[in-house]
Design a protein around this ligand. Structure first.
Ligand code: FAD
Length: 436
C-alpha cells in the first residue's frame, strides 16, 4: 500500500518544539513531518528503581509536547520498544522520505544511531542528524594541531574566541509548524503502562530568575541559598535550548557561562574518549588499590558517615534527586579519598539517583573528584569536609535541614578520622602512581 511520503522527527534529548535544530530542518524540508518519541525499552529495563523521577519527568515533558502538537492539529506518535525494531515497523507502514534527529554523544546512543542509520540506508532512507545539545561539538573546538583539548582553560579560551551570534541564534521552528502531519490524538501511556510508579518529583522552574544568575558568582557555592539556576534537568532532556541559556549567560554572568562551557567540554571529552565510561582518563589511576569497603559505601549512600556536610548531601540526593554542586564535589572526594572507594561506585550510585544525571557531566565530575580526570587537581589535594562546611554553610542551615539530629547524641561518630584518611589517601595514591 502506497501512502503519501512523510518524514519523521525523532525526539530524544530535545523535548521541545521551539529552537530545535533537527526539528527545524525536518519541518523546513518540505515533506510533512510526523513527530515520534520512543520509550526505549533497552534503557527502561535497566533502571533498577521503578519509582524513577526521570521517567516521570520524561513522561510529563512528553505530555506537554503532545498537547502543544495537538494545538497545531498534529500529535506525537509514541512507541515503546527497541528503536531499530520500531523503525523497521515504521518503514513497513509508511513511505518515508527521511528521518531527522539531533546528535547524542553517549556511546550507547552512538551505537543505536549507527544501527538505525545503517538500516534506513538499506531502505534508501537518509537519516539526518544535527548539533543541538551543545554550542560546540566534536571537532569544532580543537587545538591548532586538530587534536581535542584535554585541559579546560585553553579549551575555554578557544570556545570564547570562537563563539559569536551565529552559534546562539534560535532556530525559528515555529515558522514551519504548518508542516506537521495531521494526526489524531490518542491516550498517552501512563507511568504504570511503562512499568513505573508515580514519584515525588518536583520539577525545577524552567524560567530562572535573572537575579539568581546576576549574583551567581557570589552565591553559587552556598548550598543553603537558592544561588544556582537548577536548569540541569531541563538541559539534560532538552526542555530548554542551550542556545537560549548561553545567550542569557552572555548577557548576565561570565561565571555562569563558564559552567556551561564545562558542559560542552565534558560532552566533547566523552565523544573523543568514550573509554572514560569505564576507565580512568589518566590510565595510571586505574592502579589505585581501592579498599572498596561495602559497609562504608552503604553508610555513604545513606548519609550516615558522621560527616554532616557529606551526610546532608547524600540525604538531599536520596530525598529529592538533586545535590548542590559544591556538595557533589565534597561527597565525591570523600568517597574516593577518605574511604578509598572506587569512583565508579559513586558514579553508578549518582547515575541511579540524579534527576539531572548526564553521563558526560557525571563521569567528568567523578573523575575530577578522584583525580583521574582529564583536568583534575593534583591527587594530594584532599577536601576537608569540616572546613568545607565552615566555609560554605557558615550558618549550618543546609546541614540542619538534612541532618536534623546533628549536634545531638543521636548523630553518628565520624566513620573515619580526617587526618588519618587524608594521609592514607595521599600515600596510597602516591605509591600507586609512582609504581606505575
Ligand atoms: P548551575 O550552577 O546553574 O549551572 C548551569 C548549568 O551548567 C547546569 O545546569 C549544568 O547543565 C551545567 N554545569 C554546571 N556545572 C557543571 C559541571 N561541573 N560540569 C558540567 N556541566 C555543568 N551535572 C549534570 O548536569 N549532570 C550530572 O550527572 C552531574 N554529575 C555531577 C557529578 C559530580 C561528582 C560533580 C562534582 C558534578 C556533577 N554535575 C553534573 C555538575 C553540576 O554539579 C551540576 O550541573 C549542577 O549542580 C546542576 O545545578 P544547576 O542546574 O543549578 O547548575
Amino acid at each position: 500500500m502506497l501512502t503519501p511520503p512523510v518524514s519523521f522527527f525523532w525526539f530524544r534529548r530535545d523535548l521541545r518544539l521551539t529552537d530545535n535544530a533537527g526539528l527545524y530542518h525536518a519541518l523546513k524540508s518540505g515533506t510533512l513531518v510526523i513527530p515520534v518519541f520512543i520509550y526505549d525499552t533497552d534503557i527502561l529495563e535497566k533502571l533498577p528503581d521503578k519509582q524513577d523521577r526521570r521517567v516521570q519527568f520524561i513522561q510529563e515533558a512528553i505530555k506537554s509536547l503532545a498537547e502543544n502538537l495537538e494545538k497545531l492539529g498534529s500529535f506525537l506518535r509514541l512507541k515503546q520498544g527497541k528503536p531499530l525494531d520500531i523503525f523497521t515497523k515504521l518503514v513497513q507502514e509508511k513511505t518515508i522520505t527521511a528521518v531527522y534527529a539531533n546528535h547524542d554523544y553517549e556511546p550507547y546512543a552512538q551505537q543505536r544511531d549507527a544501527a538505525v542509520e545503517e538500516y534506513l540506508k538499506t531502505r534508501g532512507i537518509p537519516f539526518y542528524t544535527f548539533k543541538d545539545q551543545v554550542i560546540f561539538e566534536k571537532n569544532e573546538i580543537t587545538k591548532a594541531d586538530r587534536e581535542p583539548y584535554t585541559v579546560f582553560t585553553p579549551y575555554k579560551k578557544r570556545w570564547l574566541n570562537t563563539i559569536n551570534s551565529f552559534f546562539v541564534k534560535a532556530y525559528p521552528t515555529e515558522k514551519y509548524f504548518h508542516q506537521f502531519a495531521s494526526i489524531n490524538s490518542v491516550p498517552l501511556p501512563t507511568l504504570t503502562d511503562l512499568g513505573f510508579q508515580h514519584t515525588d518529583l518536583v520539577t525545577p522552574n524552567i524560567r530562572v530568575a535573572e537575579e539568581i544568575i546576576t549574583h551567581y558568582h557570589k552565591t553559587r557555592d552556598y548550598p543553603a541559598q537558592a544561588g544556582t539556576s537548577r536548569l540541569s534537568v531541563h538541559l539534560r532532556f532538552g526542555t530548554i535550548s542551550i542556545r537560549q541559556v548561553v545567550q542569557l549567560a552572555q548577557r548576565l554572568n561570565a561565571t555562569w557561562l563558564n559552567e556551561l562551557i564545562w558542559r560542552d567540554f565534558y560532552h566533547m571529552i566523552l565523544f573523543h574518549f568514550p573509554r572514560v565510561v569505564s576507565q580512568a582518563f589518566k590510565p595510571a589511576y586505574d592502579h589505585i588499590p581501592w579498599e572498596n569497603n561495602e559497609k562504608y559505601f552503604a553508610q555513604w549512600c545513606t548519609g550516615t558517615t558522621g560527616y554532616p556536610l557529606v551526610d546532608a548531601g547524600m540525604r538531599e540526593l536520596n530525598a529529592t534527586g538533586f545535590m548542590h554542586n559544591r556538595v557533589r564535589m565534597v561527597v565525591a572526594s570523600f568517597l574516593c579519598k577518605h574511604l578509598l572507594i572506587d569512583w565508579r561506585w559513586g558514579e553508578a550510585y549518582f547515575a541511579t539517583k540524579l534527576l539531572d544525571y548526564d553521563l558526560a557531566a557525571n563521569n567528568g565530575g567523578w573523575q575530577w573528584a578522584a583525580g583521574s580526570g582529564c583536568d583534575a587537581g593534583p591527587y594530594f589535594r584532599v577536601f576537608n569536609p569540616a572546613a568545607q562546611l565552615k566555609k560554605f554553610d557558615p550558618g549550618n542551615l543546609y546541614v540542619k535541614k538534612w541532618v536534623p539530629e546533628w549536634e545531638s547524641s543521636n548523630y553518628n561518630q565520624p566513620l573515619i578520622d580526617h587526618d588519618f584518611a587524608r594521609k592514607r589517601a595521599i600515600n596510597t595514591y602516591k605509591a600507586a602512581l609512582t609504581d606505575f
